[in-house]
Structures are given as C-alpha cells and as structure tokens.
Design a protein around this ligand. Structure first.
Ligand SMILES: [Zn+2]
Ligand SMILES: [Zn+2]
Length: 182
C-alpha cells in the first residue's frame, strides 16, 4: 500500500518497498504515457516532531511514451532519488502555495498531506511529471516522418522532394523552428 498513516510510522521509521501499479500511482486516464511493469519504490519514512514526515529513497520505473517526431513508442527509464519533507496541512493553510519552499540551510522540497494520510502514489505521480522531458523523442537524432508520404525516415529513405519551404508566408518561420528543433 502506498497510502501511509503518518501517526502509525513507528519511532524507528518505516521501510516501504512496493511494486508500482498504475492505479496506485493515479495514472488512470493518463493518456500521455504508460507505466511499464516492474516499477519500484524503495523508501524510508521517518516521523518528526509536529507530525512531519521525511521520505527518503529511490524511485525506479519505466515510462512508455510516444515519440513526438516519428510517433513510435519508446521507453523512458526513471531513476530518481527522493528526499521529501511532508507537513500536515492545517486548516488555515488551505489554498496557499504549497509547492517548493527553500529552507535557509537546505534545499528541500516541502509538501503537505491531508488528514493522517500521506499518499506516496501521489508523490510518485508528481515525480513522473517532473521527470518527463518537454520534448519527447525516441532519440535525440530522430528524423521523424516525411511530411509528404508519411514514412518513418528513421527506417526508410523515401524519394519525396523536400517541401517547398518558402511557398507560404510561414515557410521560413517553420524552417526556423525546425532548425532549432535539431
Ligand atoms: Zn522518433
Ligand atoms: Zn516521403
């Protein structure tokens, strides 16, 4: 179970070793990527004064993505060290910024949990989104699809002439973007 009752974390700490299921990490209905089987969370939880919880460990998973250029599926490995600090959410803090607070002496990510339940699945989901690259490419040098015949230029070399770049007012602009893309 990835939902932890903070009040039940024993004084000596709690070891969590879990295989990840898409449902437990709240990826139902997520169509941008899949969680491949075999993902794991290994973590140690400690309860501090004031019911804070410190989570340290490692997240290992493989995410199934689709290449933004050639549209082929590919796998992104996620290997993430975790060092997160959770505080109970107080009623008067409702709606406040809760993302990242930098403590003076230490760069630490602070988050909040509700009631007594700390959902590590939610934490993992956030880690996935933080890890996902802006540009999802099967490989840096992916050559994408031919705009004329649609064939995958990683696999085949079609004979289509290059598209007329300057034929439309946007042609040169598009070229600019494509060059930047490479
Ligand atoms: Zn690709
Ligand atoms: Zn072609």
């Amino acid at each position: 179970m990835l939902v932890i009752n903070v009040s039940r974390i024993p004084p000596e700490g709690l070891e969590v070793q879990e295989s990840l299921e898409p449902g437990e990490v709240h990826l139902e209905g997520e169509d941008g990527f899949d969680l491949a089987p075999g993902g794991r969370l290994e973590a140690r939880l400690e309860r501090g004064e004031d019911d804070s919880a410190h989570v340290r460990g490692r997240l290992s998973a493989r995410l199934g993505l689709q290449c933004g250029r050639c549209l082929e599926p590919f796998v992104l490995p996620v290997e993430q060290d975790l060092d997160l600090f959770y505080l109970p959410r107080r009623a008067d803090e409702e709606g406040e910024e809760e993302d990242e607070v930098e403590l003076a002496d230490r760069d630490m990510v602070i988050a909040y949990y509700d009631g007594d339940e700390l959902d590590l699945g939610e934490m993992i989901r956030e880690q996935f989104f933080l890890t996902l690259p802006l540009k999802r490419l099967c490989r840096e040098e992916c050559r994408g699809l031919c705009p004329t015949c649609g064939s995958n230029r990683n696999d085949v070399r079609c004979e289509c002439p290059p598209p007329a770049e300057a034929a439309t007012p946007f042609g040169s602009l598009r070229k600019l973007f494509e060059d930047k893309d490479r």
